[in-house]
Design a protein around this ligand. Sequence first.
Ligand code: HEC
Ligand code: HEC
Ligand code: HEC
Ligand code: HEC
Ligand code: HEC
Ligand code: HEC
Ligand code: HEC
Ligand code: HEC
Ligand code: HEC
Ligand code: HEC
Ligand code: HEC
Ligand code: HEC
Ligand code: HEC
Length: 447
Amino acid sequence: MKNHSIRLSICLLFLTLFSGIILATSGAESAAKTDSCVSRKCHSGMGKAKAVHNPVKAGMCTACHNAVADPKKKTKHPRNLTITLAQQGADLCYMCHDRNNKKKVVHGPIKGGNCTFCHNPHQSPNKGMLKEPSPKICFQCHPDSLVKHKVMHPPVLSMGCSTCHDAHQGDHPKMLMQEGNSLCFMCHSDKQEHLKKRKVAHLPVKQSCVMCHNPHGSGNSAMLSASVPALCANCHPNEVSLGQRAVTKHSPMTGKKQCLTCHDVHAADQPKLLVKQQRALCLGCHDAVRRTKTGAVKNMKAFLEKHKNGHGPVRENNCASCHNPHGSDYWRLLVKYYPPEFYTSYSDGKYALCFTCHDKAAFTKRITDEKTDFRDDKKNLHFVHVNKRSKGRTCRTCHEVHADNNRPHHVSDRVKFNDWEMPINFVPSKNGGSCLPGCHGAKEYRR
Ligand code: HEC
Ligand code: HEC
Ligand code: HEC
Ligand code: HEC
Ligand code: HEC
Ligand code: HEC
Ligand code: HEC
Ligand code: HEC
Ligand code: HEC
Ligand code: HEC
Ligand code: HEC
Ligand code: HEC
Ligand code: HEC
């Protein structure tokens, strides 16, 4: 700063002397002295505006204007002076100011050397001798729609364009003060902390905040380039369209917060950006009986509190291995087909859900000595019960799919048969087991 001012003073001194020499040697009969350019009659407004350029204030008109009196030429200017600029375009300004076209990115009008498009060289009512106050000056060339959004980013209006952009040049694209997200972190350091502290960050958030937020404003809350879920649909079309067109819909998808009910869009400690551990997330809402189009669903939280012996994936808190929280074409938001009935004819596809993790051979081989333990010698009892052309029993006849009270092989205590809670009375033995269900007498199997 100090060097800069010194340079300016030396420059001023030199120019004053230099222009004096021109005037003295030009043979003019009485060349105007710099201070006589401004008088009651001539250029009387000079120096009276709110912001006056220093050399003008100092009456040093000839720092920029050469005034030559040539008797051979007739001019309109009093005393027959020919007035020219000492330098053209930006070079005039660079006589005293550091060049501002040196950095990586230079603003269009600066490239063209057009300083006086924005600045009045003498004076103006506006700060920085701007011809129009900022940001109006910018809208001479850029659309003012930039500041006419329904939802504005507060600093754009309150702090001005130069909070983020240099009007002349910069080291970063678009003459921004900082590159990429660092710009945003100048003021949103809490978001920077959030990203650092959480285990997983959403990839686009790491890449660039402006992928989702318009830095100036937009028609949507938080200056989003589109509202949720349309915003998400740009990159995650499947989840969004599933939520809208699925046969079985899940109401949090269309509720007030939509995707953000379950996901933190910036960063989270849980995989898949979940706001909570998955099971806790689901049970946060499934802590009461919920109504659906196909009947009420039970209070799963209460059920799991009473039934501690979770089925593998439930034990691992992975509800999403069987349910798609976004929506599904199957019953109960299941990820694959699983029959809702008590009885059904058998096909592999009907148990696609269970067969993602269990071997279907336990149900397709009439005779086996290894594919299942539910057999009497080699007679496959899974096949007997399940694999029928009609009235095959579905898995729910015998098994709990979420959890049970420490029952072996997740065999249920009771099964709902129409309105009857039918007991099963399964008792395992060393090489087999027995049951005394409501539907037939006591039976035993032995391997
Ligand atoms: C920092 C350089 C600079 C100084 C100092 C300066 N001028 Fe100028 N002046 C200019 C430039 C550049 C133009 C051309 C403006 C344009 O083309 O928009 C100009 C144009 C003019 C014009 C014609 C157009 C107009 O704006 O009215 C007058 C008259 C003028 N100057 C008078 C003065 C007087 C009087 C002084 C001293 C009080 C002075 N200038 C000091 C740079 C300067
Ligand atoms: C003869 C030297 C000289 C020339 C030529 C010159 N300036 Fe300046 N300018 C100054 C001085 C001295 C200052 C005050 C320095 C400071 O505040 O750092 C200044 C300040 C400014 C400011 C800041 C004003 C404010 O209120 O903050 C602007 C803008 C400016 N000049 C633009 C220009 C432009 C545009 C040109 C070319 C048309 C130009 N200058 C040419 C000497 C000059
Ligand atoms: C697109 C408009 C625009 C153009 C063109 C422009 N400036 Fe500026 N300039 C500004 C704005 C805006 C400011 C900040 C004014 C304020 O708020 O104080 C500024 C400030 C300045 C300042 C004072 C603060 C600083 O940055 O040192 C100087 C000196 C200056 N400009 C010189 C120039 C010169 C020299 C040129 C031509 C090479 C030029 N400007 C061209 C818009 C412009
Ligand atoms: C004299 C006309 C003019 C004025 C006034 C003007 N600009 Fe520009 N601006 C341009 C031009 C020309 C470009 C280059 C456009 C391009 O490269 O596509 C540009 C580019 C930009 C860019 C970069 C855009 C990009 O896509 O890379 C930004 C940011 C910008 N201007 C901001 C401003 C701000 C802030 C102001 C007010 C202080 C302003 N401009 C005033 C003419 C102007
Ligand atoms: C909070 C910081 C911030 C403020 C304040 C700000 N901008 Fe920007 N501006 C940006 C960022 C970031 C970009 C780059 C956006 C991108 O890359 O998509 C940008 C881009 C631009 C562009 C390029 C075209 C576009 O729309 O992307 C122009 C022109 C522009 N700004 C002008 C302005 C003007 C004029 C003002 C003042 C009215 C202003 N900006 C205020 C951050 C800001
Ligand atoms: C100069 C400081 C500043 C910079 C730089 C800045 N912001 Fe802001 N931003 C604010 C202020 C102040 C608010 C309003 C108060 C608040 O909500 O924190 C705000 C609000 C926001 C909001 C809206 C909050 C809401 O609840 O609606 C978003 C989104 C936002 N900024 C994103 C960004 C992004 C993205 C960037 C980088 C391109 C950025 N900001 C750069 C100061 C800034
Ligand atoms: C993938 C899109 C996306 C990206 C990228 C993104 N955001 Fe957001 N941001 C959102 C959404 C959606 C909201 C609205 C959250 C809400 O309504 O609760 C939001 C809200 C905000 C808010 C205001 C509410 C709050 O959570 O404080 C701020 C500030 C913000 N974002 C800053 C940033 C910053 C800074 C970045 C870059 C580091 C960024 N965002 C990147 C989508 C995004
Ligand atoms: C600009 C594109 C973009 C937008 C917009 C976007 N995302 Fe993403 N999202 C991604 C990318 C890229 C990944 C990383 C995918 C990968 O790693 O395979 C991702 C990953 C995710 C993940 C999984 C994270 C993980 O750990 O695997 C979730 C959940 C997610 N996004 C939710 C959202 C939500 C909700 C929204 C809307 C509020 C949204 N996204 C908007 C690009 C986007
Ligand atoms: C009811 C809670 C909930 C809602 C609402 C929700 N999600 Fe998810 N989302 C999840 C869960 C749980 C997972 C993890 C699934 C898994 O682990 O397989 C997930 C996973 C994702 C993934 C990663 C998918 C993958 O294959 O890795 C994306 C992307 C995603 N969600 C986007 C969205 C979008 C977009 C919305 C809004 C349209 C949304 N989610 C709404 C709970 C939800
Ligand atoms: C192994 C697959 C699987 C896993 C893992 C799983 N579910 Fe289920 N869920 C099902 C099946 C199958 C149904 C259909 C119920 C039936 O067969 O009667 C169902 C039904 C439901 C219902 C509706 C209950 C009713 O009254 O009909 C809710 C609520 C539910 N599950 C929530 C969860 C939650 C929460 C988790 C994680 C803690 C979870 N599920 C894990 C397979 C699973
Ligand atoms: C924000 C609350 C909320 C969250 C979180 C939530 N659910 Fe739901 N869920 C509901 C409501 C309400 C219903 C009742 C039907 C409806 O409105 O969509 C429901 C219905 C269901 C159904 C039965 C759907 C049917 O129509 O048959 C299943 C299965 C289910 N949810 C599983 C889950 C799983 C798994 C999770 C965790 C990944 C979860 N839910 C998270 C609120 C929630
Ligand atoms: C009629 C009752 C019944 C039905 C229906 C039934 N199971 Fe079983 N299942 C059992 C019994 C009893 C065992 C315990 C066998 C043993 O170890 O003694 C068992 C064991 C299992 C095992 C452990 C591995 C094995 O085969 O020994 C799996 C896995 C299994 N069943 C899955 C299923 C699936 C999937 C369905 C539906 C397609 C189903 N079961 C239908 C009674 C049944
Ligand atoms: C995501 C994988 C997965 C899916 C899908 C799945 N299971 Fe399981 N299942 C397991 C795991 C892991 C175990 C072993 C841990 C345990 O005993 O809970 C298991 C165990 C069992 C057992 C007890 C086996 C034994 O020997 O004790 C039965 C019965 C069972 N599952 C039935 C089913 C039924 C019925 C379905 C379909 C509705 C199903 N499973 C879907 C992973 C799965």
